[in-house]
Design a protein around this ligand. Sequence first.
Ligand SMILES: Cc1cc2nc3c(=O)[nH]c(=O)nc-3n(C[C@H](O)[C@H](O)[C@H](O)COP(=O)(O)OP(=O)(O)OC[C@H]3O[C@@H](n4cnc5c(N)ncnc54)[C@H](O)[C@@H]3O)c2cc1C
Length: 520
Amino acid sequence: MDSASRSNRQLRRALCYSNNAGKGQARSPSVIVIGAGMAGVAAARALHDASFKVVLLESRDRVGGRVHTDYSFGFPVDLGASWLHGVCQENPLAPVISRLGLPLYRTSGDNSVLYDHDLESYALFDMDGNQVPQELVTKVGEAFESILKETDKVREEHDEDMSIQRAISIVFDRRPELRFFEHVSSSLPGISLQRKLLDLLKLVLTCRLEGLAHKVLQWYLCRMEGWFAADAETISLKSWDKEELLPGGHGLMVRGYLPVINTLAKGLDIRLGHRVTKITRHYIGVKVTVEGGKTFVADAVVVAVPLGVLKARTIKFEPRLPDWKEAAIDDLGVGIENKIIMHFDKVFWPNVEFLGVVSDTSYGCSYFLNLHKATGHCVLVYMPAGQLARDIEKMSDEAAANFAFTQLKKILPDASSPIQYLVSHWGTDANSLGSYSYDTVGKSHDLYERLRIPVDNLFFAGEATSMSYPGSVHGAFSTGLMAAEDCRMRVLERYGELDLFQPVMGEETPISVPFLISRL
Ligand SMILES: Cc1cc2nc3c(=O)[nH]c(=O)nc-3n(C[C@H](O)[C@H](O)[C@H](O)COP(=O)(O)OP(=O)(O)OC[C@H]3O[C@@H](n4cnc5c(N)ncnc54)[C@H](O)[C@@H]3O)c2cc1C
């Protein structure tokens, strides 16, 4: 007997044993889900509800993954995801959020990836603490949208992909007037030309338009980089807008995201502190090894660990994953965004949702989310992304919090020091190794789908396997359901017992419960 059939036999015995199947007893199909983030929990929940025997292995000592609500301030704050992108009933998370009665604070009704905040909710400042006139903030925001529309033409003309940064500079070379003067005047409809020119002159005189407008533009670029957690010179022109945007705008989870995870995770067999190191697949089943050598066997596995972890090859696949799968893992980008959450004893900042610092480069720009507007707590959240996030992550937590506070002091010199702070490390945390995926220059958007496609009895889930909603919580959730359904079909087809089990995405009529949306 060769070693493959010997180990198949051992695995079959282990499967029977692990599933408690006595003589004549029908054995439940079994699955191991790896990673208790939104995708893994969704997959485990669905398979559990479909009568599978499910074990969920999680390396951390908590569930949620990149959903991480912290309560150490005495109230919930999210170190990872905090917005529901697409506040609408079509959002796959809508039923659970609505039924739990979790309130949302809508920061924007706009569905664009650029504005998860309405333009009028920003207060921007230069490095000397002078506030940028609101009219200029709005106008440059509109100009930025026009510039991005112009990059569409660049995309159509070039077969080769390029970075969004490069495309913007081509637009400027071709249409220098887009450096604001024409835009500002032509975007005031219904006003006579003379009046427009007068308005423009006033703007130029009051705020040294060109220099300041350039800085505001860099700030918008910095916000866009935040959306992708990556620098503009690495973001693909061909694919940056390929994700699907659900309607309804963007809503902050006022009480944090964790209640959603906890609800889905209720009653599941979750093993915390179980870091998977090896996945061995056989025709009849899969063996999973965790740190310390303990093993688990099942009919199938759902791999729901982050793309960063797959890239680092800290989980060994035996036999190796096929080349096309390894290439997808290598080629898809993973960016970094972090949060430095500062708790103050009083509010000393303006009553807007976003405070921004403008600068000559997007790297020098920064922004703070004002949680006081949404939650009533005296909290500002500093959110660096891309290279800036990478640089700050090299600092100690104290130095990182000081850095954020120094930025704040530049715009609000009378700022008082935070009484508490929290710092995330999504880029270096071995359990994430990045914040979320994005399309890099020259690589196809299909990579998300390639990452999702199963390999035998290995199923893949997670935000980076979502073609439609990458980098999001609802995207992770829907890939968990998809992986569960694929797994259910494959395993049950083999047993010929399809009709014995509930479908993963049950056929009950969904009850539509409205969201609780506020804006103070
Ligand atoms: C700072 C930040 C802000 C964000 N903001 C938003 C937002 O506002 N809205 C939004 O929709 N999305 C946001 N996102 C993205 C969103 O958080 C993710 O897309 C989503 O939570 C990913 O879920 P997941 O299940 O794919 O992965 P994860 O949540 O990362 O889950 C993977 C799990 O696998 C575990 N794991 C890793 N290695 C192993 C191993 N070897 N063995 C066992 N377990 C392992 C991890 O510990 C983790 O629990 C944000 C992300 C970050 C970092």
